[in-house]
Design a protein around this ligand. Structure first.
Ligand code: DHB
Ligand code: MG
Length: 221
């Protein structure tokens, strides 16, 4: 199987199931204006996150890694009016692109972009005694995933769902001797989840337009 075939199937599935309006399409296309073009979630993954929000009836959502705001728009729309999405972004260039997309989607009242290092933003939320979140989507620099998980659990309640993107990395996750900080961070994340009796988890491998990867789904008990 090749990446071309995986991408072709992704395109087929998107044509079948995903009906992006102008705001979503513009947000996805504007990933090209960010510092990291092409790493936003795919439309199928955006719809999956939206369904997860609805299945869990989440109204307080925390995202780590805003990029162009595409996934935040999916989740905020699915959560409905009155919901709150807090999304953390390190890079001002990306945050500015995202803010425009969020406004174009008419979601400025329910999506708050926190500019700065996500670790600092999460620590600030913890020390402010922020209400727990219902769902946390972690999709930023992979080397910091251990810190993000630890902070996400502190911002959780029993039943909170935490989903971490890109935890397979073309199979790199099984390379115990890797010197890649992203792989080291991902493996440490997996060890932390595995060792934490408060967390139940599963992980799924995915193939598609972005190659071979996967995500890890955690539930706080
Ligand atoms: C990368 C980051 C992502 O969040 C993603 O979905 C794919 C790739 C990356 O940093 O390479
Ligand atoms: Mg990702």
């Amino acid at each position: 199987m090749s990446t071309e075939q995986w991408a072709e199937v992704d395109t087929y599935l998107v044509e079948k199931f995903i009906d992006e309006d102008h705001a979503l399409q513009s947000a996805r296309e504007s990933s090209g204006e960010t510092l990291f073009p092409g790493i936003d979630v795919t439309p199928n993954m955006g719809a999956f996150l939206g369904m997860l929000v609805q299945i869990t009836a989440s109204t307080r959502i925390l995202e780590i890694g805003t990029l162009a705001g595409y996934s935040a728009i999916w989740m905020a729309r699915s959560a409905g009016p009155g919901a709150q999405v807090v999304t953390c972004e390190l890079e001002k260039t990306n945050a500015d692109v995202a803010q425009k997309n969020i406004e174009r989607a008419g979601l400025a009242d329910r999506v708050h972009v926190m500019l700065g290092a996500a670790a600092d933003s999460m620590d600030a939320l913890i020390s402010q005694g922020a209400e727990p979140f219902d769902l946390v989507f972690i999709d930023a620099d992979k080397k910091s995933n251990p810190h993000y998980l630890d902070a996400a659990v502190q911002l959780s309640r029993p039943g909170t769902v935490i989903i971490i993107d890109n935890t397979v990395r073309s199979g790199g996750v099984v390379d115990a001797s890797s010197h890649d900080p992203d792989i080291i961070g991902t493996r440490r994340l997996m060890d932390m989840i595995s060792a934490d009796s408060r967390l139940t988890a599963t992980a799924l491998q995915t193939v598609g337009a972005k190659g071979w990867d996967g995500f890890t789904l955690v539930r706080v008990t």
